[in-house]
Design a protein around this ligand. Structure first.
Ligand SMILES: *[C@@H]1O[C@H](CO)[C@@H](O)[C@H](O)[C@H]1NC(C)=O
Ligand SMILES: *[C@@H]1O[C@H](CO)[C@@H](O)[C@H](O)[C@H]1NC(C)=O
Ligand SMILES: *[C@@H]1O[C@H](CO)[C@@H](O)[C@H](O)[C@H]1NC(C)=O
Length: 404
């Protein structure tokens, strides 16, 4: 503004001076002096004005950078608080889960108000009972075996999609073979026996069409019931009577359904398993860093018996199975390589991952979309890129297990 005002003013001054010289009187000289003085004063004020503007600009710049600093430290604070809240909520959920488990074990309470000591006593008793029950299970099933190596491989057949699952019903006396091809379908194929399944031209004994679709490759059949993940639900497990395809029970597995169980099999969110102790389900939980969580289910009602958080990661895992309450996790690469067992988790805490050597599968490039252990046969039924294969496993006595 001052820059534009100055030339205008000078022009006006020149015109004035010109007319003043023409008159040439002493009064005019006085006027000139007066005008010069005014000119100097105005220039001074102009300077002052310019300096003030500069000062204000500097101040507003300082202020805005200060505000920017405040905003960024505020957002830092906010994310810190958020992560703390997240952490607390994870811990609260874990405690709730533990409480829920204990509450289930406490007999129905008639008095709402209960002495703290009494409550503690009851919790102790419930825990003791749980330990006893666990020990009983262990003894009943003579479950003192641990995996020592995977001995041999037999390629049984090549049928169906590149991804799928096949297995026998592990309950005693059952020879039926089940095949669920693909990662989503409503069909279950039944074969009379392994021998019949192996025949190249074998037609299934029975084709069961369910009124809904299953999803993934984590299904099992146990005592004639199919346990599967219902398609289009994050975490619903169905128990289906295969005689007539009716759903006899269902449950929502807490915490499951947000991550694939194994990063190399992105379509499987729930992996069911059967071992000497009964029915299990394996899932990956984002709240435990994406690590695997194993849950023992009641095979009758699908109620959760107990849940264990393992330190086995789902990243680069392609499958897992349980043997005598120990989880064995199989890892591979995205491109298909040699499968290895690199992590295990024993619910009885007698076998430790860090002390166990890596177990290699027989030398062959593989890409397993499912692996199911059969506790009676001591064999793994696997689906390897469209091939149905069987691995024999060698076990050793695990004398670390003591009944408590
Ligand atoms: C479902 O499975 C049956 C038998 O394995 C197969 O013939 C059919 O093509 C499958 N359907 C889909 C949509 O994959
Ligand atoms: C399905 O079969 C089971 C066992 O045979 C039976 O108890 C049940 O009533 C049957 N359900 C239907 C809907 O037919
Ligand atoms: C089979 O699973 C792999 C991941 O393990 C996936 O990349 C591939 O697309 C799947 N194939 C089919 C036909 O679904």
């Amino acid at each position: 503004m001052s820059g534009r005002a100055t030339p205008l003013f000078l022009l006006f001054l020149c015109l004035t001076l010109g007319s003043v010289q023409n008159q040439g009187s002493s009064q005019d000289a006085f006027i000139i002096q007066y005008l010069e003085r005014r000119l100097i004063q105005m220039e001074e004020r102009l300077n002052q004005c310019e300096q003030n503007t500069l000062g204000i600009t500097q101040k507003s710049f300082d202020l805005s950078s200060e505000i920017r600093g405040c905003v960024s430290s505020l957002s830092m604070l906010r994310s810190e608080v958020k992560s703390q809240v997240d952490g607390v909520s994870v811990r609260v959920e874990r405690v709730e889960r533990e409480l829920e488990f204990l509450e289930n074990k406490i007999p129905t309470q008639s008095h709402i108000e209960m002495e703290e000591a009494l409550l503690e006593q009851q919790i102790k008793a419930a825990e003791l009972e749980q330990l006893k029950k666990k020990a009983e299970i262990t003894l009943e099933n003579d479950c003192s075996t641990a995996l020592s190596q995977i001995k041999s491989l037999k390629i049984v057949k090549r049928t169906g999609d590149p991804n799928g699952s096949w297995f026998k019903d592990p309950s005693e006396g059952s020879a039926t073979v089940y095949l669920l091809s693909g990662i989503r379908n409503n069909t279950v194929l039944e074969y009379k026996s392994l021998k019949q399944f192996t025949k190249t031209s074998a037609a299934p004994l029975k084709v069961v069409q369910l009124p809904f679709s299953w999803q993934g490759t984590g299904h099992v059949v146990y005592h004639g019931f199919l346990y599967c993940h219902k398609a289009d639900t994050p975490n619903e497990i169905l128990k289906v009577d295969l005689l007539n395809g009716t759903v006899v029970d269902s449950t929502l597995l807490p915490g499951a359904g947000r991550l694939p169980v194994y990063s190399l099999n992105p379509n499987t969110y729930l992996d069911m398993a059967v071992d000497e102790l009964g029915l299990w389900v394996i899932h990956a939980d984002p709240e435990y860093g994406g690590n695997l969580v194993i849950t023992k289910l009641d095979k009758g009602t699908l109620a959760v018996d107990h849940t264990w958080d393992t330190q086995c990661r789902s990243h680069d895992a392609e499958g897992a199975f349980l043997m005598c309450g120990t989880l064995y996790v199989v890892y591979n690469t995205r491109y298909g390589g040699r499968s290895t067992i690199q992590c295990l988790y024993d619910i009885h805490d007698t076998i430790h991952s860090s002390e166990s050597p890596v177990v290699f599968f027989p030398k062959r490039y593989t890409s397993h979309s499912s692996i199911h252990y059969h506790p009676g046969d001591k064999q793994l039924y696997a689906w390897d890129d469209g091939y149905q294969t069987i691995y024999k496993v060698e076990t050793r006595r695990n004398d670390g297990i003591v009944a408590e």
